[in-house]
Design a protein around this ligand. Structure first.
Ligand SMILES: NC(=O)c1ccc[n+]([C@@H]2O[C@H](COP(=O)([O-])OP(=O)(O)OC[C@H]3O[C@@H](n4cnc5c(N)ncnc54)[C@H](O)[C@@H]3O)[C@@H](O)[C@H]2O)c1
Length: 262
């Protein structure tokens, strides 16, 4: 028997909702923003890189007839996260969904890291999530509803080559997920993480061009024998962000072609 939510048209799932996507200028974040816009959300697109962000927001408005704003801010700082909250509230209203996608690896053997690359790894992948989550949780608490979805990494589980420092940061995101999920379980807020393995975007393509032997190691752990397409990651993010995912919280869900199982 159809429930009201299962019979609703898919494109209406996020109509009337404001969704924040960090790291939305390119790659997985841009694909996530496009997926939400296709389903009717107003989208606040944030990135430290201004290049392409304004154009991407304009394209979302033109292609999908939704409201979309571009917020350039360094989200690894408390000030940057506060700017994102303030500009989202002023431009679109209160957000019901926060997707902490900003990140990206400095993928190196552990002893090849410099102090700068270690800090950049933790700043990009963990501090962005901590500050943005702290900024957006209070209004979600006031409205007694929220969906927080983080981008983690399956490399935390499979110990992928050269990923130790990155895994330290992403492991922090996985840990934050379970802790927050428990803390807010009874107030309408769910917290989950999507953990991809290799994804078919520019960071992987750069590896294939510049360090093909290392890229081959990343792909060799995937039983499906290929990287994920951007949309295959985005669809899990929109599911976890939807009202229908109401009983799913505290989960780190791999989208990984089988690179870890269970
Ligand atoms: N690509 C993969 O194979 C893969 C695998 C597992 C996990 N992930 C994760 O998925 C997410 C997206 O990856 P991607 O491949 O699209 O990466 P990407 O490098 O193409 O995009 C990441 C975006 O985040 C932005 N960003 C970084 N630091 C920021 C900061 N301090 N403030 C604001 N914006 C910031 C960057 O400017 C960039 O636009 C990342 O968290 C990444 O770690 C990616």
């Amino acid at each position: 028997m159809n429930t009201p939510s299962s019979s609703a048209p898919a494109q209406a799932r996020f109509a009337g909702q404001v969704v924040v996507v960090t790291g939305a200028a390119q790659g997985i974040g841009l694909a996530i923003a496009q997926a939400f816009a296709r389903e009717g959300a107003a989208v606040s697109m944030a990135d430290v890189s201004r290049d392409a962000l304004e154009d991407a927001a304009a394209k979302l408005r033109a292609d999908h007839g939704v409201r979309a704003i571009a917020v350039d801010a360094d989200l690894s700082t408390e000030v940057g996260a506060a700017q994102l909250l303030q500009r989202t509230q002023a431009g679109l209203g209160e957000a019901s969904v926060l997707v902490n996608n900003a990140g990206g690896g400095v993928i190196l053997p552990f002893l090849s890291h410099t102090p700068e690359t270690l800090r950049a790894t933790v700043d990009r992948n963990l501090w962005t999530v901590l500050w943005c989550t702290r900024a957006f949780l209070p209004p979600m608490l006031r409205s007694k509803y929220g969906r927080i979805v983080n981008l983690g990494a399956d490399s935390v589980r499979n110990g992928l080559a050269d990923h130790a420092a990155y895994n330290a940061a992403k492991g922090g995101v996985h840990g934050l997920t379970t802790g927050l999920a428990r803390e807010f379980a009874q107030v309408g807020i769910t917290v989950n993480t999507v953990a991809p393995c290799a994804v078919n975007g520019e960071p992987l393509r750069k590896f294939v061009r510049e360090k093909p032997e290392v890229a081959a190691k990343f792909l060799s752990v995937i039983p499906m024998g290929r990287a994920a397409e951007l949309e295959e990651v985005a669809s899990m993010v929109t599911y976890l962000s939807s009202r229908e995912a109401s009983f799913v919280t505290g989960q780190v869900i791999s989208v990984n072609g089988g690179s870890t199982m269970l």
